[in-house]
Design a protein around this ligand. Sequence first.
Ligand code: B1M
Length: 214
Amino acid sequence: MSLQEKMKEAIIEWDEDGLKEMCKSAIENKEASAAELLSYIGDIMRFIGEQFENEEIFLPDLIGSADTVKSIIDEILDPAIRAAGEEKKTKGKVVLGTVESDVHSIGKDLVGSFLFSNGFEVFNLGVDVPAAKFIEKAEEVGAQIIAMSSLLTMSMDFQRKLISELEKRGIRDNFKVIVGGSPTSDEWADEIGADGWADDAIEAVSLVNKILNS
Ligand code: B1M
């Protein structure tokens, strides 16, 4: 069985200890980097999401798998990525979060970890983050980028709300705003006046690089 298959089995069975051991030893034995393990987890969660959509599994299964993954990201992968990136000079500051009313964290955390491992300083505000909190943090740390994730059709409008709030405060030009998450698109980013949209964590890195170098 491949490492990805073993990880998938552990996530489906909520085997947090097993998954932790696999990830630790894969990193120690240089079988895979923490960033690679994160992208395997993204694929596995997408597979689990499809099973949920097809009603092959139910909400409690989904929550159990998501919790298993979250603890491994927090305890093993994120610290490993941070340790590897410690020496790097920061290429820019990004304030990141999932918008108000939305608690989906996995994709947003992937984006944060990829940005971090590519040399950006990331201020991850978590989930269910109101517009004012994004703005206040961005002002406090002098961020160049505000990055908002939204996984729900119902929460997307909070991305628009943040941009309106920047305009209302007369500080729209102080920040570049990027958006992402499965219900969002390039067209949506244009419609709400965002500065960019990324389909996944790898594209988010390219987008931020492009914005900061232009
Ligand atoms: Co929820 N959920 N969920 N869920 N959930 C979805 C999103 C859904 C599509 C499932 C479905 O019904 N088909 C659906 C949304 C439908 C819609 O509105 N369009 C849905 C729903 C309806 C709900 C609830 C309402 C369910 C309920 O209670 N009845 C509820 C809402 C709670 C809330 O937020 N208020 C809910 C709850 C949950 C859990 C708590 C159980 C759990 C989240 C746990 C957690 O995150 N800690 C959960 C999960 C796990 C999912 C699915 C199965 C998987 C999401 C995920 O982690 N994907 C999801 C179905 C699916 O996606 N197929 C679903 C893996 C992740 C790597 O991908 O998040 O897409 P993703 O992130 C990608 C890209 O989108 C992009 O890059 C990431 C990495 O490549 N990206 C960005 C994301 N943010 C970005 C930001 C960027 C750039 C790129 O720049 C700023």
